[in-house]
Design a protein. Structure first.
Length: 282
């Protein structure tokens, strides 16, 4: 008699109903994390070696590429009291831009589905907004608007297109059989949108939102480069002017880590809301 086939409990596990258990299900350690952690560790080791050999500073000169240990020492010397207000200022501009840019992108994608004739015209405008260099349009915004509004708009422009494409593709990927079923029961286009399309769009929407999070940070920092009173971009400009290279790299590290954290938070929320979706889609 053949032995019964057994499978791993995790292979067939479905996310629990409670929010706490669903969160643990989403963020539990996974084998896919190991290559990423190893890759980061190898990169830091190579960086440390190259900084101490190839980019070693000549006597009396500053080191253009400091080692990770030197950057960490600089960040510890500056302390949280230096980084905190700058991070908060940048996050404020990036958060406002992320919110309004994504809301506008979602509204545009819904308009494309409800009024298809608008897609041909407005999609060209969206592509144009994505192709225009941020640094170029930022200079115009700084002149025409106040500095906070200009930074917020730059952050919104930076994340608008990616979210629009993700939402639009998600709405169009709804199952035809489900749409036909709603229509057979007398449902309108709006009923199809509410009952079928919006749910099916969530995985692709959050894929766009994950990219939009660091993009909004980049837009806000560029706005601070062009003109602002505080923020990570302003602090970086000041550090460059003072030839404080370790602080400049420390600020760049703070921008990178903040953007990565925003990406991870968005990904976790997206996974919590789309546990029913295939892994490939998430």
């Amino acid at each position: 008699m053949a032995a019964p086939v057994t499978t791993s409990p995790l292979a067939d596990a479905t996310p629990p109903d409670s929010l706490g258990r669903r969160l643990l299900f989403v963020i539990r350690p996974r084998r896919s994390w190991l290559p990423s952690l190893i890759g980061v560790a190898v990169l830091l080791i190579i960086w440390q070696v190259v900084a101490g050999t190839v980019f070693k500073a000549a006597p009396g000169h500053s080191q253009a590429v400091p080692a990770p240990t030197a950057i960490i020492r600089s960040m510890r010397t500056d302390g949280w009291s230096f980084y905190k207000p700058n991070i908060i200022a940048t996050l404020h501009s990036a958060g406002e831009g992320w919110l309004w840019g994504n809301l506008l992108a979602i509204a545009t994608a819904l308009l494309f589905m409800l009024v298809p004739v608008t897609e041909r015209l407005l999609m060209q405008v969206a592509v144009a907004s994505y192709c225009v260099p941020t640094i170029a349009i930022g200079g115009v915004l700084i002149i025409a608007l106040d500095k906070p509004s200009a930074r917020m708009i730059l952050a919104a422009i930076s994340c608008y297109f990616t979210t629009l494409i993700g939402m639009h593709l998600g709405l169009r990927s709804a199952e035809r059989s489900s749409l036909d079923l709603v229509r057979a029961y007398g449902g309108s286009t709006w009923t199809q949108m509410w009952k079928v399309r919006l749910r099916s769009s969530l995985p692709d929407l959050f894929a766009g939102l994950r990219i939009a999070a660091p993009a909004a940070m980049l837009g806000a920092v560029i706005g601070e480069y062009l003109g602002a009173d505080n923020g990570l971009g302003v602090a970086m400009v000041n550090a460059q002017q003072q030839l404080d290279i370790p602080r400049t790299w420390g600020l760049a590290m703070a921008i990178t880590l903040t953007s990565a954290l925003a990406y991870v938070i968005t990904a976790v929320i997206g996974n919590l809301l789309t546990t029913w979706a295939p892994k490939v889609a998430r």
